[in-house]
Unconditional design. Structure first.
Length: 441
């Protein structure tokens, strides 16, 4: 019996989030689902992350309807989603009643595996979601967010994973959103997690810097259970390594995945046709990330914002400011929502020419503990003149329940219970969507 590696296909979530600003339409997804469902994947990542916001805001699609549709057309597949812990699929922390309801509804509508992460690796921000996932009968995958800094160590990641296990997580994901994990690190981390945590381990890398395929090879040799890849038409660049290449590359080894290359080839053909209607960017290798650690998507956003301010000439300055702000803030990993908080503050600092003269509300909340515990202490000067209450305990313990109040506020538009959650997450966008929906009835 071979000890095969499992593959999670990301083409319906992370791949188009990374390359197409999350704009892949449900109707276009339906073209390829037949092949994805029979190829033999461990799971398909299809929901969560930015897809919720983007489908509602830009595609005029109800994200819950998308999930139900995918569930219907993918009867043989385990469906997976990405959840930002206490931030759900939004950018701020929500009360526990909302987290519980969101998780339950996600499972009710078809999700089998929930990958739960927190940008700060603060276990207190995962606890409610992990518990709710277990209660709903789904697989709770606890995530360790990988970054490189003077305070992040392999010991620290192992310890975080142990806490997630003790909390009830069914497996551990290592999340390398910037694509900067080197093969030797993957080898050591996977080996130690397998030995010291005792749960299945899944590795999620982005291709950005060009090392991810090598990192996967090393992780697979070290015994990783599952890796994430994207079908070739939406692989590489800031997305994942290509599925077909990994499948072929592992042929004749002990860990050869059980996937049908013929079926994958058909899926790729269909996808290529679908993508003729989209603007797929060039998917080369960006090695700046190996030094700056700024994920590709964040960098292009910052450049666009700087140009909007007619300050495009300050781009180099901004690229240098990002790691400085990150250091001041105690080295948070640059993933949602921290990538936005660090990015916006760096932009403010460069545009005003005076560091921290203007602070975003989110930054104020972060430095006073409302996003959780920073990996290293925050520079004390940043707290001077701060009027926010400083907390050190679990942020969500301070929030009042919200579900009932929101249900009343939006009652005239509610056609399904899920609408209340949509409204809580994106009040204005949701309301506009509901008004439109009512009109078109
Ligand atoms: Co990702």
């Amino acid at each position: 019996m071979k000890n095969r590696v499992g593959i999670t296909e990301t083409v319906l979530r992370d791949a188009h989030q990374s390359l197409l600003a999350t704009r892949l339409k449900t109707n276009d997804m339906l073209e390829v689902v037949e092949y994805l469902d029979q190829a033999g994947f461990y799971s398909l990542e299809v929901w969560g992350g930015a897809t919720f916001d983007a489908s509602l805001r830009y595609l005029n699609e109800d994200p819950w309807e998308r999930l139900r549709t995918l569930r219907r057309v993918l009867p043989n597949s385990k469906l997976q989603m990405l959840l930002r812990g206490q931030n759900l699929v939004g950018y701020r922390q929500y009360p526990d009643d909302v987290v519980r309801e969101f998780v339950q509804r996600s499972v009710d509508n078809g999700i089998d595996i929930i990958r739960i992460f927190d940008a700060l690796n603060d276990p207190r921000n995962l606890e409610c979601a992990v518990e709710a996932t277990k209660k709903a009968g789904a697989h709770a995958q606890g995530t360790v967010v990988y970054t490189v800094s003077p305070v992040h160590t392999i010991d620290g990641y192992v310890e975080t994973a142990q806490r997630l296990r003790d909390m009830g997580a069914d497996s551990i994901c290592i999340k390398d959103m910037a694509g900067i994990m080197m093969p030797a690190v993957a080898s050591e981390l996977v080996t130690r997690l397998k030995k010291e945590v005792g749960l299945p381990v899944q590795l999620h890398c982005h291709y950005t810097s060009g090392v991810a395929s090598m990192t996967y090879w090393a992780a697979i040799q070290a015994g990783v259970d599952v890796v994430d890849t994207a079908l070739s038409p939406l692989a590489m660049g800031t997305s994942q390594p290509p599925t077909e290449s990994l499948v072929a590359g592992l042929r004749g080894t002990e860990r050869e995945p059980e996937l049908d290359l013929e079926v994958l080839n058909k899926a790729a053909g269909v996808m290529n046709r679908v993508l003729e209607d989209y603007k797929v960017p060039s998917r080369g290798v960006d090695t700046q990330v190996l030094i700056s650690q700024i994920p590709g998507g964040m960098l292009s956003n910052l450049r666009a914002q700087l140009e909007q301010q007619k300050m495009g000439h300050k781009y180099d300055e901004l690229v240098q400011e990002v790691p400085r702000v990150r250091e001041d803030l105690g080295y948070p990993p640059l993933v949602t929502p921290m990538s936005q908080i660090v990015g916006v503050q760096s932009l403010f600092n460069v545009v005003t020419g005076k560091r921290y003269a203007v602070k975003s509300k989110e930054l104020k909340d972060y430095i006073t503990g409302w996003y959780g515990k920073s990996p290293a202490p925050i520079k004390p000067e940043l707290l001077e003149g701060e009027t926010n209450t400083v907390i050190t305990d679990r942020p969500a313990d301070h929030f009042e329940p919200l579900l009932e109040k929101a249900r009343q506020e939006i009652s005239e538009f509610v056609e399904q219970e899920e609408d209340v959650l949509t409204y809580i997450l994106y009040p204005e966008v949701a309301k506009a969507f509901f008004v439109e929906r009512k009109k078109n009835k």
